[in-house]
Design a protein around this ligand. Structure first.
Ligand SMILES: [Cu+2]
Length: 409
């Protein structure tokens, strides 16, 4: 949430908000460049001696001052448009929460797990009840519970007038319109309590219906769902598996446990070999080959030879010069000898070089454009993204397994 004296945006609690933060910094960087350039030009005009008053036309200048702003606008607009579209993306959600706006409170429904029709109202805690620990006008009696690092879907609608469900720190803002359902992807990258407020003027108590989301780990979320399942209207999906003892069930259980342990041991065995081969052979070999040993050696040798020759040149310049001349003549003649003795190889070698050069020249603008586009298409580094994706993948697996475990038969 925002604090007193805060300048920038709130710290991002979803990858999208981290990206928005990146976009903000990136746009600010470009704006500062533009402002300083324009400021410099204006200052320059103030102290100008009008030495360019005879300049009547400059085609290239016009080309530049047309193309450059176009490029800048593109650089500002494209990443922004990309993020706008990504904000509408819901991906593949594992669970849904439905937020319903009322005058003047929110209510939350969790009804997509089998048999669950769990819902509750979420009222703001009034000033008189707040004793230091909570934030005024932001805390609620029942928070909206969501899992962190799991793709979730928020469905937002309203019961009376238009409300808007917003959590600025995760770049979520969805209008709740009566008779319609809007959806939004929720994916918090860490656990915590995140605050927002209704963002559509909805009546006298518009300021008193905060959105308070508590992001918890997948395990806690699962337990929370399972515990609250039977409590409400419908618990037909809950299978009570603990009634009665059967030998077959017991043996099956033991067998399953043994298979699980064997599987684990097998995977550990494979992993052990993998890591031994990877870190014991592959990585050192790769390092030795690509580590640039040869390059370093060659550079050192060349530097040493040049230094040696210079030393020689200081004491006997004539001898050194003759040697250098002989050396270059030798190099050129050996090159000529190569061309004369094996012309086909020489021609192929030359053609290859020319082709490479032409390719480099032709592809350079494209490569440069691609690099530029890459750099502005994402503001999060790949390691972070990989980590988040990996965690989401693991949590999704855990979540689906737990649901299957509960709802089998
Ligand atoms: Cu409202």
């Amino acid at each position: 949430m925002s604090l007193w004296g805060q300048f920038g945006l709130q710290e991002g609690t979803s990858i999208l908000m981290v990206e928005v933060h990146g976009l903000y910094d990136y746009a600010m960087f470009i704006l500062v460049l533009i402002f300083s350039f324009v400021g410099y030009v204006m200052l320059k005009m103030l102290v100008s001696k009008m030495s360019t008053r005879v300049c009547l036309e400059n085609q290239w200048l016009e080309v530049v001052w047309t193309i450059a702003p176009f490029g800048l606008l593109l650089a500002l607009g494209l990443p922004s448009i990309k993020l706008l579209y990504l904000m509408d993306e819901v991906n593949l959600p594992e669970a849904s929460v439905k937020a319903v706006g009322h005058q003047w409170y929110w209510s939350y429904e969790y009804s997509d797990s089998l048999g669950s029709q769990y819902s509750y109202d979420s009222y703001m805690i009034s000033d008189s009840l707040i004793d230091g620990g909570y934030y005024r006008l932001l805390e609620v009696d029942n928070r909206c519970i969501v899992p962190s690092l799991l793709q979730m879907r928020g469905l937002v609608t309203s019961d009376d007038v238009i409300h808007s469900w917003a959590i600025p720190s995760s770049s979520v803002k969805v209008d709740g319109v009566p008779g319609r359902i809007n959806q939004v992807g929720l994916c918090f990258i860490y656990s915590g309590v995140f605050y927002g407020q209704c963002s559509e003027l909805c009546g006298v108590n518009h300021s008193y219906m905060p959105v308070c989301v508590e992001a918890v780990s997948t395990k806690v979320f699962l337990n929370w769902i399972f515990e609250n399942h039977g409590k409400d209207v419908n618990n037909s999906g809950v299978v009570d598996s603990a009634n009665g003892f059967s030998l077959r069930g017991f043996l099956m259980g033991v067998f399953k446990k043994i298979v699980k342990v064997l599987k684990m041991l097998g995977s550990l065995y494979v992993m052990w070999f993998y890591y031994v081969i990877y870190y014991g052979l592959y990585v050192p070999a790769k390092f030795a080959v690509f580590g640039g040993c040869d390059l370093i050696q060659w550079t050192l040798k060349s530097c040493l030879a040049i230094a040696e020759w210079m030393w020689w040149f200081l004491f006997s310049p004539v001898d050194a010069s003759i040697f250098a001349f002989g050396y270059f003549v030798g190099k050129v003649s050996s090159g000529l000898w190569f061309v004369v003795s094996s012309p086909v190889t020489a021609v192929i070698w030359l053609a290859k070089g020319v082709w490479k050069g032409v390719c480099a020249i032709v592809w350079f603008p494209l490569t440069a454009f691609e690099a530029w586009f890459d750099s502005m298409s994402s503001f999060t580094d790949n390691d972070t993204k990989n980590l988040v994706v990996w965690h989401i993948y693991r949590n999704t697996k855990e979540f689906v397994w737990a649901l299957m475990e509960r709802y089998k038969d």
